[in-house]
Design a protein around this ligand. Structure first.
Ligand SMILES: [Mg+2]
Length: 176
Protein backbone atom coordinates (compact mmCIF):
# COMPACT_ATOMS: atom_id res chain seq x y z
CA UNK A 1 0.00 0.00 0.00
CA UNK A 2 2.72 2.46 1.05
CA UNK A 3 4.55 1.69 -2.19
CA UNK A 4 1.69 3.31 -4.11
CA UNK A 5 3.08 6.60 -2.81
CA UNK A 6 6.65 5.83 -3.78
CA UNK A 7 7.80 7.48 -7.02
CA UNK A 8 10.16 5.74 -9.42
CA UNK A 9 12.27 8.87 -9.53
CA UNK A 10 12.48 11.83 -7.17
CA UNK A 11 13.99 15.05 -8.51
CA UNK A 12 14.42 18.64 -7.34
CA UNK A 13 12.50 20.20 -10.21
CA UNK A 14 11.42 19.60 -13.80
CA UNK A 15 14.55 21.30 -15.15
CA UNK A 16 16.63 18.49 -13.66
CA UNK A 17 14.78 15.79 -15.57
CA UNK A 18 17.08 14.29 -18.18
CA UNK A 19 15.69 13.41 -21.59
CA UNK A 20 18.12 10.48 -21.68
CA UNK A 21 16.53 9.04 -18.56
CA UNK A 22 13.15 9.02 -20.31
CA UNK A 23 14.58 7.64 -23.55
CA UNK A 24 16.42 4.85 -21.77
CA UNK A 25 13.12 3.80 -20.23
CA UNK A 26 11.40 3.80 -23.62
CA UNK A 27 9.17 6.74 -22.72
CA UNK A 28 7.24 8.41 -25.54
CA UNK A 29 4.88 10.59 -23.52
CA UNK A 30 5.28 12.71 -20.39
CA UNK A 31 2.10 13.60 -18.54
CA UNK A 32 2.83 16.74 -16.53
CA UNK A 33 1.07 18.34 -13.63
CA UNK A 34 1.01 22.15 -13.77
CA UNK A 35 0.59 23.72 -10.33
CA UNK A 36 3.80 23.78 -8.32
CA UNK A 37 5.37 21.35 -10.81
CA UNK A 38 5.88 23.58 -13.87
CA UNK A 39 5.00 26.92 -12.29
CA UNK A 40 3.80 28.17 -8.89
CA UNK A 41 0.06 27.55 -8.62
CA UNK A 42 -0.70 31.27 -8.83
CA UNK A 43 1.38 31.90 -11.95
CA UNK A 44 -1.00 32.03 -14.90
CA UNK A 45 1.36 31.59 -17.82
CA UNK A 46 4.33 29.37 -18.65
CA UNK A 47 7.73 31.03 -18.40
CA UNK A 48 10.79 30.58 -20.62
CA UNK A 49 11.91 27.53 -18.65
CA UNK A 50 8.61 25.77 -19.29
CA UNK A 51 8.64 26.67 -22.99
CA UNK A 52 12.17 25.28 -23.30
CA UNK A 53 11.26 22.10 -21.41
CA UNK A 54 8.19 21.41 -23.57
CA UNK A 55 10.15 22.11 -26.76
CA UNK A 56 12.93 19.81 -25.64
CA UNK A 57 10.46 16.97 -25.09
CA UNK A 58 8.87 17.47 -28.51
CA UNK A 59 12.25 17.66 -30.21
CA UNK A 60 13.06 14.27 -28.72
CA UNK A 61 9.75 12.71 -29.82
CA UNK A 62 8.29 12.65 -26.34
CA UNK A 63 4.72 13.95 -26.35
CA UNK A 64 4.05 16.41 -23.53
CA UNK A 65 0.54 16.33 -22.09
CA UNK A 66 -0.80 18.49 -19.25
CA UNK A 67 -3.19 17.04 -16.73
CA UNK A 68 -4.40 19.04 -13.77
CA UNK A 69 -7.01 18.85 -11.07
CA UNK A 70 -7.43 22.58 -11.52
CA UNK A 71 -10.31 24.13 -13.44
CA UNK A 72 -10.62 24.42 -17.21
CA UNK A 73 -9.99 28.17 -17.44
CA UNK A 74 -6.71 27.93 -15.50
CA UNK A 75 -5.42 24.97 -17.48
CA UNK A 76 -6.53 26.34 -20.84
CA UNK A 77 -4.98 29.74 -20.15
CA UNK A 78 -1.71 28.07 -19.18
CA UNK A 79 -1.64 25.64 -22.10
CA UNK A 80 -2.37 28.30 -24.70
CA UNK A 81 0.75 28.90 -26.74
CA UNK A 82 2.49 25.72 -25.60
CA UNK A 83 0.67 23.71 -28.24
CA UNK A 84 0.04 20.67 -26.07
CA UNK A 85 -2.99 18.57 -25.21
CA UNK A 86 -4.41 19.37 -21.81
CA UNK A 87 -6.88 17.76 -19.45
CA UNK A 88 -8.35 19.92 -16.67
CA UNK A 89 -10.43 18.73 -13.68
CA UNK A 90 -8.53 15.46 -13.90
CA UNK A 91 -9.64 14.09 -10.52
CA UNK A 92 -6.21 12.65 -9.75
CA UNK A 93 -5.62 10.15 -8.07
CA UNK A 94 -8.60 8.57 -9.85
CA UNK A 95 -7.69 6.63 -12.98
CA UNK A 96 -10.30 8.23 -15.23
CA UNK A 97 -8.21 10.95 -16.88
CA UNK A 98 -5.05 8.85 -17.20
CA UNK A 99 -7.21 6.24 -18.99
CA UNK A 100 -8.62 8.95 -21.25
CA UNK A 101 -5.13 10.11 -22.23
CA UNK A 102 -3.95 6.56 -22.96
CA UNK A 103 -7.07 5.99 -25.01
CA UNK A 104 -6.96 9.30 -26.89
CA UNK A 105 -3.37 8.73 -27.95
CA UNK A 106 -3.60 4.94 -28.27
CA UNK A 107 -0.36 4.65 -26.35
CA UNK A 108 0.88 1.74 -24.26
CA UNK A 109 1.27 2.27 -20.49
CA UNK A 110 4.91 1.26 -20.60
CA UNK A 111 5.65 4.23 -22.85
CA UNK A 112 4.20 6.84 -20.53
CA UNK A 113 5.74 8.68 -17.58
CA UNK A 114 4.19 11.25 -15.27
CA UNK A 115 5.68 14.24 -13.51
CA UNK A 116 4.07 15.90 -10.51
CA UNK A 117 4.68 17.40 -7.08
CA UNK A 118 2.10 15.68 -4.87
CA UNK A 119 2.15 12.20 -3.37
CA UNK A 120 -1.61 12.03 -2.83
CA UNK A 121 -2.65 12.99 -6.35
CA UNK A 122 0.18 12.78 -8.90
CA UNK A 123 2.15 9.87 -7.47
CA UNK A 124 -0.78 7.80 -6.22
CA UNK A 125 -2.77 8.25 -9.45
CA UNK A 126 0.18 7.39 -11.65
CA UNK A 127 1.18 4.34 -9.62
CA UNK A 128 -2.38 3.05 -9.48
CA UNK A 129 -2.58 2.95 -13.24
CA UNK A 130 0.98 1.70 -13.57
CA UNK A 131 2.94 4.49 -15.22
CA UNK A 132 6.56 5.48 -14.64
CA UNK A 133 6.22 8.02 -11.85
CA UNK A 134 8.42 11.06 -11.33
CA UNK A 135 8.06 13.25 -8.29
CA UNK A 136 9.43 16.78 -8.20
CA UNK A 137 9.73 18.92 -5.12
CA UNK A 138 6.95 21.55 -5.13
CA UNK A 139 8.23 24.83 -6.63
CA UNK A 140 6.79 26.91 -3.81
CA UNK A 141 5.38 26.06 -0.41
CA UNK A 142 2.19 28.10 -0.81
CA UNK A 143 -0.80 26.13 -2.07
CA UNK A 144 -4.46 26.54 -2.89
CA UNK A 145 -6.70 25.82 0.08
CA UNK A 146 -7.83 22.28 -0.66
CA UNK A 147 -4.23 21.30 -1.32
CA UNK A 148 -3.27 22.44 2.17
CA UNK A 149 -5.24 19.55 3.66
CA UNK A 150 -3.59 17.14 1.23
CA UNK A 151 -0.21 18.47 2.29
CA UNK A 152 -0.92 17.62 5.94
CA UNK A 153 -1.69 14.02 5.04
CA UNK A 154 1.24 14.05 2.64
CA UNK A 155 3.60 15.05 5.43
CA UNK A 156 2.52 11.93 7.30
CA UNK A 157 3.02 9.72 4.22
CA UNK A 158 6.53 11.18 3.74
CA UNK A 159 7.28 10.26 7.36
CA UNK A 160 6.15 6.68 6.75
CA UNK A 161 8.25 6.47 3.57
CA UNK A 162 11.25 7.85 5.42
CA UNK A 163 10.78 5.45 8.34
CA UNK A 164 10.83 2.53 5.89
CA UNK A 165 13.94 3.95 4.27
CA UNK A 166 12.22 4.22 0.87
CA UNK A 167 12.76 7.93 0.34
CA UNK A 168 14.11 10.94 2.15
CA UNK A 169 12.53 14.32 1.60
CA UNK A 170 14.99 16.60 -0.18
CA UNK A 171 17.39 13.75 -1.05
CA UNK A 172 17.03 13.37 -4.78
CA UNK A 173 17.71 10.38 -7.04
CA UNK A 174 20.42 9.95 -9.62
CA UNK A 175 19.01 9.48 -13.11
CA UNK A 176 20.40 6.31 -14.60
MG1 LIG B 1 0.74 20.16 -8.38
Amino acid sequence: MLKLFLPDLYIKDYKDLKIDYLRNKGIKMLICDIDNTLVPFDQHYPDDGVFAFIEDLKKNDIIPVLISNNKAFRVKEFAKGLNVSYYPSAKKPLKITYRKVLNDFQIYKGEVATLGDQLLTDVLGSKRIGLLTILAKPLVTRDINYTKINRLIERYVYQLLERKGYLKRGVFDEQV
